[in-house]
Design a protein around this ligand. Structure first.
Ligand SMILES: Cc1ncc(COP(=O)(O)O)c(C=O)c1O
Length: 390
């Protein structure tokens, strides 16, 4: 059971706003804020390099915590400053050649989609979209039927940015394993929202962000690369420790996911990321997932009952991301009117998930994304505020 009062007491931001933008950037809980302050205070007092040395054990521990979060090994984790860059490090390190096919989703995030188009145009790779089932998630049977010798990567998101769907990541993993095809999974919207186990999913690479459902600071992210997949990737960038050991005439890449890291980091935020992961596990991700889904379902029901409001979510399994339109109102107008009532939501535009938005003919969506610290009263307040402007 989740102690919602405790979660809210841990989260200073809940005193100021009804925060329903957890899929954008959530509110950090007190332990995360304290960890960042503690590191910064030390840095201000004693110096950057000296503080890094003083915090060595805690910073090393962040890798163990992130690994525990996804059931990986700490040597399989690389910390990055953006999930897109973490994902890029894996994607662009794949040895593609002309005619290779990648399979992805209709709902792929815009930055990933941009990378597919770039390699299509520069290297002649082919990008094929896996069809969805009638309920809107990836059709595993269709995926299976698309596999042939030209498919060199299956790459998709677990939860899209804009439509409430939870994609069947484990089903995709079964197909990928059966055919021996590399599998790259983007869990930016699912990490912290629902349980993630890389062994069960069967992915080879995974990218995740700190600031969304994990409730860590902005500007942090991480990449997982399965240890026995590491040698299949040739990093696009190399540098000194922790990526490699550099001698006058050669460099030796580190035999761990750290080969994808940069030396320079915002270490206060790295500690914040690790603390956020520990906090999520302490609260209990299974219990949070149950509550988040329930709040999402309640919001869909209440918003769907309003005249002039259309909920646009898909998925046999739906998450805490609720997308809707208000007749006669621009999505940014709805966001701003809700903001005047201290309700934070965000918007999805055709730029967020270009293929999905174009296929569904949607110009824009208001996105209310619920976390376990949100309350049933906040769902009601959202519905009431939307009713007032619809
Ligand atoms: C599904 C998905 N993937 C990737 C990203 C990119 O994350 P970042 O902005 O940290 O690069 C986002 C961001 O909203 C996202 O929703």
């Amino acid at each position: 059971m989740i102690d919602v009062d405790k979660l809210r007491a841990d989260t200073p931001g809940t005193e100021n706003v009804i925060h329903l933008n957890n899929a954008g950037a959530s509110l950090m809980p007190r332990p995360v804020i304290d960890a960042i302050h503690r590191y910064f205070d030390h840095e201000i007092a004693y110096g950057g390099y000296e503080t890094q040395r003083a915090f060595t054990d805690e910073l090393d521990g962040v890798y163990d915590t992130l690994a525990a979060l996804i059931n990986a090994h700490s040597s399989e984790i690389a910390i990055s400053d953006s999930a897109t860059r973490a994902w890029d490090m894996a994607f662009y390190s794949m040895p593609f050649s002309e005619g290779d096919r990648i399979l992805t989703t209709t709902t792929e995030y815009v930055s990933n989609w941009a990378a597919y188009l770039q390699l299509r145009d520069s290297k002649g790779i082919l990008v094929d979209v896996i069809p969805n089932t009638p309920t809107g998630e990836i059709d595993i049977a269709a995926l299976d039927s698309m596999i042939d010798g030209t498919v060199k990567l299956i790459t998709l998101n677990h939860v899209p940015t804009n439509s409430g769907v939870v994609n069947p990541a484990e089903g995709v993993g079964r197909v990928a394993r059966e055919h021996g095809i590399p599998y790259l999974l983007d869990v930016c919207q699912s990490i912290g929202q629902l349980p993630i186990d890389v062994d069960k999913i069967g992915c080879d690479m995974l990218s995740a962000t700190s600031r969304k459902y994990l409730r860590g600071p902005r500007g942090e992210a991480f990449l997982y690369v399965r240890s026995d997949f590491l040698s299949r990737l040739e990093p696009v960038f190399v540098e000194t420790v922790p990526a490699s050991v550099v001698l006058p005439d050669r460099h030796e890449l580190r035999n761990e996911a750290g080969r994808f890291e940069t030396w320079e980091k915002n270490f206060a935020n790295v500690l914040g990321l690790g603390t956020a992961a520990a906090y999520a596990m302490e609260v209990g991700i299974d219990a949070m997932w149950e509550r988040i889904r329930a709040l999402g379902a309640m919001a869909r029901q209440m918003l769907g009952d309003l005249d002039g409001v259309t909920v646009q979510d898909l998925g046999a399994v739906k998450c805490g991301i609720v997308s809707f339109e208000v007749e006669g109102r621009e999505v940014t107008e709805v966001r701003d009117l809700l903001s005047e009532r201290s309700i934070n939501v965000s918007v999805s535009t055709p730029l967020s998930a270009p293929v999905d938005m174009a296929e569904r003919g949607i110009e824009g969506l208001v996105r209310a994304s619920f976390h376990a610290f949100n309350t049933e009263e906040e769902v009601e307040q959202l519905a009431e505020a939307v009713r007032a402007i619809a």
